[in-house]
Design a protein around this ligand. Structure first.
Ligand code: ADP
Ligand code: MG
Ligand code: MG
Length: 257
């Protein structure tokens, strides 16, 4: 079993504008996630959900000013982005980046090689990649296109889950993987996540604004994220309450402070 442990995490974001001061976004996040478990993080826009995802992945613009992140006791914050991936952490981004000129097939093979520590044998790889694409109902012709180049929102999200199914991380952080998906794509993507959970026994940190995806991917725990920290944690019933009443109870409590 693997455990991702986040303790009292404080994170500053450095805006792209070089003159701007860093902004304090995460204000003490505590979370313990075991493999085999799915935790949903739900919160309003701007509450810091993506900041948490980027801090776990090691994005250079997100600076941890206090607290710790460990994976099975190893200090994740001391690891480079590549080392985090090799250690078994994976981030499906809310806004996947386009990499024109790099074919999707080459990108995937390079990522798999980096994480596994050796290149998959070409014959095995072709089969493995084709099967993974087929399971996610991705047209094989996508392999020849530039990474995310001209992909629709839904196609980008499928490619994120394709990476998940090939990289088989210990812990996967999925940042709004449901946003921009129609019902059919949501089902395909959710089934991909569920296959990963069942076959790899991986842990999932499912970041979402809407409860819709939780009908397909059942969480064990639900955390309400407001103003850079977890305001309340509970079971799946907490998502039902949010579905009914929205975030008002939580945001007004923070505003009243
Ligand atoms: P969420 O994912 O919950 O919508 P984010 O983590 O994206 O929230 O953003 C939290 C806050 O940090 C927002 O107020 C956002 O404007 C700010 N922020 C995040 N990233 C940056 C950035 N790169 N530059 C400037 N502000 C940022
Ligand atoms: Mg947002
Ligand atoms: Mg976000």
């Amino acid at each position: 079993m693997s455990t991702l442990e986040i303790r009292d995490l404080h994170v500053d974001v450095t805006p792209a504008d070089a003159d701007a001061e860093p902004i304090h976004i995460l204000k003490g996040v505590n979370l313990s996630l075991d493999s085999g478990q799915t935790h949903a993080i739900m919160g309003p826009n701007g509450s810091g959900k993506s900041t948490l995802a980027y801090a776990i992945a090691g994005h250079p613009r997100y600076t941890v000013t206090q607290g710790s992140i460990t994976l099975d006791g190893e200090d994740v914050l001391a690891m480079s982005v590549d080392e985090r991936a090799r250690a078994g952490l994976f981030l499906a981004m809310q806004y996947p980046v386009e990499v024109p000129g790099v074919s999707t097939s080459n990108f995937l093979r390079t990522a798999v090689t980096a994480v596994r520590g050796e290149a998959p044998k070409l014959r095995h790889w072709v089969k493995e990649n084709r099967e993974a694409m087929s399971a996610l109902e991705i047209d094989p012709a996508f392999g020849d296109r530039g990474v995310n180049e001209g992909f629709s929102g839904g196609e980008k999200k499928r490619l994120e889950i394709l990476q998940l199914s090939l990289l088989k991380p210990k812990i996967a952080v999925l940042d709004e993987t449901d946003s921009g998906l129609d019902v059919d794509a949501l089902r395909v993507v959710s089934e991909g996540v569920n296959r990963y959970r069942e076959s790899e026994g991986g842990g999932v940190l499912l970041i979402t604004h809407y409860t819709r995806i939780l009908r397909y991917i059942k969480p064990d725990h639900v955390h309400v994220f407001v103003d850079g920290r977890i305001a309340e944690s509970g079971g799946p019933e907490l998502a039902d309450e949010l579905e009914e009443n929205g975030y008002v109870r939580f945001t007004s409590a923070v505003a009243a402070k």
